[in-house]
Design a protein around this ligand. Structure first.
Ligand SMILES: Cc1cc2nc3c(=O)[nH]c(=O)nc-3n(C[C@H](O)[C@H](O)[C@H](O)COP(=O)(O)OP(=O)(O)OC[C@H]3O[C@@H](n4cnc5c(N)ncnc54)[C@H](O)[C@@H]3O)c2cc1C
Length: 277
C-alpha cells in the first residue's frame, strides 16, 4: 500500500522544524530515520500527516562527553551508537543493545531519538534509557524541558512529548568505576522484536532492572531491584515475576513472557558476575 501523506518539508534547523510543526495545525509529524514512521504510513495506520523531516539537523547528532554524563544527539543512528567509542566505554548497555535491534539496514537509518520518541514497548533503547537513569531533553517553541526516563514513557507508543515538541538529546550518566551493564532478550528469530527483554545496571552496589516487551511500556522492577541489592537472586526472580503482568498475543502467552523474565534475570546476573571475576 502507498502512504497517504498531507505534505512534506525538510527543516533547515531546529527552529525551522519547530515552526513547521507549529504551522501544521496538529497534523505535523517528525520524520527522523523513518524506520517506524514510514512503515506505519505505508500500512495506512496513520494518514494525512505533514512530515517534518529533521534528518539534516546537525545540532541533534553525535555524542559529547560532558564530564559526568554523555549527551547523545537524538539523530544519532543505531549503527553509530554501536560503534561510538564514548558509548562503548561509558554506556556499554546502549552499544550492546544495538546488536539486538532489527537488521543492519534499519540500524543504518533508525535513530536513538526516533526509537525513544516512538516508545514501542518491545524496543530496546527505551528500556536502556530507563535502566541507565537517562534524561530526555525536548524543545518546543515555548522553550526547553528535561524529562527523566521514569516520567517520559507513559503508555504504549505514548510519551511525555507534547504536540509540537522535538526530542533533541538524551543525557546518560557515565558508568562509575566497576559498574556492570548488560542486556538479555529472547526473540523468535535474530532481528525480531523481543518476546521479553531485560536490562540490568549495577552501579555502586545498587541495581536497576528495566524490562521490555512485558507490558505497555518499559518498566522498572522495584521489588527485584531491592532483592538484588540484598544479594538474593532467587528472591529477585520471585519479586520480578510477581510485579509484571505481561500481555498474551499471537507471539507468546503472558505466562510464558513472565517465565522468560525470570530466566533473563538469572542469566544477566550470572553474566555480570562472570564478567566481574
Ligand atoms: C522490520 C523492522 C524491525 C524492527 N525491529 C526493531 C527491534 O527489534 N527493536 C527496536 O527497538 N526497533 C526495531 N525497529 C524500529 C527501528 O529501530 C526504528 O529505527 C525506530 O523505532 C525509530 O527510529 P527512526 O529514527 O526511524 O524514527 P521514525 O520512524 O522517523 O519516527 C518514529 C516516531 O518517532 C517520532 N520521532 C522521531 N524522532 C523524533 C524526535 N527527535 N522528536 C520527536 N519525535 C520523534 C516520529 O514522529 C514517529 O512518530 C524495527 C523496524 C522495522 C521496520
Amino acid at each position: 500500500m502507498k502512504a497517504a501523506v498531507g505534505g512534506y518539508a525538510r527543516a533547515r534547523d531546529l527552529r525551522h522544524a519547530l515552526e513547521l510543526l507549529s504551522s501544521a495545525d496538529g497534523a505535523g509529524r517528525v520524520l527522523a530515520g523513518g524506520q517506524s514512521l514510514v512503515a506505519a504510513l505505508n500500512m495506512r495506520l496513520t494518514t494525512g500527516d505533514v512530515l517534518v523531516d529533521i534528518a539534516s539537523l546537525d545540532e541533534c547528532r553525535g555524542v559529547v562527553d560532558e564530564g559526568e554524563t554523555l549527551r547523545i544527539g537524538a539523530l544519532t543512528r543505531h549503527a553509530e551508537i554501536g560503534r561510538d567509542p564514548l558509548i562503548r566505554t561509558h554506556a556499554p548497555l546502549l552499544a550492546d543493545a544495538v546488536g539486538h535491534i532489527a537488521h543492519a539496514a534499519i540500524r543504518n537509518r533508525g535513530t536513538i531519538g526516533g526509537a525513544i520518541a516512538h516508545a514501542d514497548p518491545a524496543a530496546e533503547f527505551p528500556a536502556c534509557a530507563l535502566a541507565l537513569g537517562a534524561v530526555m531533553h525536548v524543545e518546543g517553541l515555548g522553550g526547553r524541558r528535561s524529562i527523566p526516563a521514569e516520567a517520559f514513557f507513559r503508555d504504549t507508543f505514548e510519551t511525555a512529548l507534547a504536540d509540537g515538541e522535538i526530542l533533541t538529546e538524551i543525557s546518560v550518566p557515565k558508568a562509575a568505576a566497576g559498574e556492570a551493564q548488560a542486556i538479555e532478550e529472547v526473540a523468535r528469530r535474530s532481528g525480531d522484536y523481543a518476546l521479553a527483554g531485560l536490562c540490568l545496571v549495577r552501579r555502586e552496589g545498587r541495581h536497576r532492572i528495566a524490562l521490555f516487551s512485558v507490558g505497555p511500556k518499559p518498566t522498572l522492577a522495584a521489588g527485584a531491584m531491592a532483592a538484588l541489592d540484598g544479594g538474593d537472586v532467587e528472591a529477585a526472580v520471585a519479586a520480578l515475576t510477581d510485579e509484571i503482568d505481561p500481555p498474551s498475543d499471537t507471539q507468546a502467552s503472558g505466562a510464558y513472557r513472565r517465565h522468560l523474565a525470570g530466566v533473563l534475570l538469572r542469566r544477566v546476573v550470572a553474566r555480570i558476575e562472570g564478567e566481574a571475576r
